[in-house]
Design a protein around this ligand. Structure first.
Ligand code: PLP
Length: 426
């Protein structure tokens, strides 16, 4: 059976049949723009904007009283949001909190769990994760007096694109204390089997943390099954909570009694926080890992957009994401391979995330040409065009038109009009 057809009529029919098509209107989509970069920064929604303006209004009206209005909702905002986010990953309500950024939350997780001994002192990572994770790991190892060249065990990718789960598991030797891995690789969109890898780590008594930056909001996770020790993620990509939105931190309830590696007054038990005692009495749940005052303006848009996520449900989002990315790959195979384009992500549904990794030796200059055509892609070194047809706001017609533009750019060698000199933010 032919699943997809190579025609505009087919794309339009898919859009008419799309159960998420009404949700699109809630997002701010500029006219004549095809936005394929929701895996870097998700689009603004009416819901996110309203929630932010509501908090600004409250500040304007109440000044410091903002902490008390609506039954202290904003003093406890991290709990309100943590509970809503927990539903997306099937975690307990109090296992998730929101705070700072992903990088700091990695530091928080590692500084809590990394207790090296002379026998077990290594942190295992892969060599394709986003560099900030590695910077955090290396600096945590140094803080404990070790040399990252010895104490950070890097599982190399055989091809610079994908990582082998078997190699990760083989790397779990007796000297490994902790593992930090991405759920989905930021370049190749490879989705790792988190349940299998976590179970293997635990069999060997190794603590494991996951970076969900490229899966949260695109893929449903079942943390009751995966059962990791901790996890972190940002909310500005698929979650569309805004540039620099507050990030998330998950800690398994079995660890609630541990002392936070980085402690602060907002991690104190709420009943005694304002007694301002010198002895830290941390909350025995994820919120105990809070540090300073929560930034309400980076939190409010998340509350707004979470309404959309709860209305739609992660299952429908994943179903459309898998279908629309398969559609894009099918069009690439039919129309673009002959012009030097290829697919760099795994093809199997259970092994890929929410974006398509399109490879071309002229990827950088093609991205420049795409922008001229109103397409917002995302380039990653050395030859990857990342294309994220985000389920909530990208249409099949957008994808069809995108492929036509990629074809035009290649046929007319339009990329030759652009320089290969990298700009500050690529
Ligand atoms: C896998 C991964 N982790 C962490 C980050 C950075 O997170 P933050 O800027 O919130 O520290 C990114 C950013 O793209 C990422 O892709």
């Amino acid at each position: 059976m032919v699943r997809f057809e190579n025609s505009l009529e087919f794309a339009k029919r898919k859009d008419r049949e799309d159960v998420l098509s009404d949700i699109r209107e809630r997002f701010s989509i500029q006219e004549n723009v095809i936005y394929m970069d929701g895996n870097s920064l998700g689009l603004c929604s009416k819901d996110a904007k309203e929630a932010l303006f509501h908090v600004i209004d409250l500040w304007e009206k109440h000044g410091i009283g903002i902490w008390d209005v609506e039954d202290s909702k904003y003093f406890l905002y991290q709990k309100v949001l943590g509970e809503k986010l927990a539903q997306l990953i099937n975690a307990e309500a109090d296992e998730v909190t929101v705070m700072t950024n992903t990088t700091i939350n990695i530091h928080q997780g590692i500084s809590t769990f990394y207790k090296p001994t002379p026998e077990r002192y290594k942190i295992l990572v892969d060599d394709l994760n986003f560099p900030t994770d590695r910077y955090a790991v290396d600096s945590q190892v140094r803080l404990k007096g070790y040399d990252p060249r010895d104490a950070v065990k890097v599982i190399p990718s055989p091809d610079g694109n994908l990582i082998s789960e078997d190699a990760i598991i083989e790397g779990m030797t007796d000297d490994v204390a902790l593992i930090l891995l991405p759920s989905v690789l930021y370049r190749s969109a490879q989705l790792l089997d988190m349940e299998r890898i976590t179970a293997e780590a635990h069999k060997r008594g190794i603590i494991i943390g996951w970076d969900l930056c490229h899966s949260i909001g695109a893929i449903p996770h079942d943390f009751k099954k995966i059962n990791p020790d901790f996890a972190v993620w940002c909310n500005y990509k698929y979650m569309s909570a805004g540039p620099g939105a507050i990030a998330s931190f998950y800690i398994n309830k079995k660890h609630f009694g541990m002392e936070p590696g980085l402690a602060g007054w907002h991690g104190n038990n709420k009943e005694t926080q304002f007694k301002l005692l010198n002895d830290f009495d941390h909350e025995l749940n994820a919120h105990g890992w809070q540090t300073g005052t929560q930034p309400l303006f980076s939190m409010a848009p998340l509350e707004g957009v979470l309404k959309i996520y709860h209305e739609v449900g992660m299952e429908k989002i994943r179903a459309k994401s898998l279908d629309i990315t398969a559609y894009l790959m099918n069009l690439v195979d039919e129309r673009l391979v002959k012009y030097g384009y290829s697919i760099g992500n795994p093809r199997e549904d259970h092994k890929r995330g929410g974006h398509v990794c399109l490879v071309h030796e002229e990827a950088y200059r093609i991205c420049k040409a795409l922008k001229k055509h109103g397409v917002i892609p995302d380039y990653r070194e050395p030859n990857v065009i990342r294309l994220a047809p985000v389920a909530l706001y990208v249409s099949y017609e957008n994808v069809y038109r995108l492929v036509e533009i990629l074809e035009e750019i290649a046929i007319n060698k339009e990329y030759e009009n652009y320089s290969n000199t990298r700009t500050l933010v690529v």
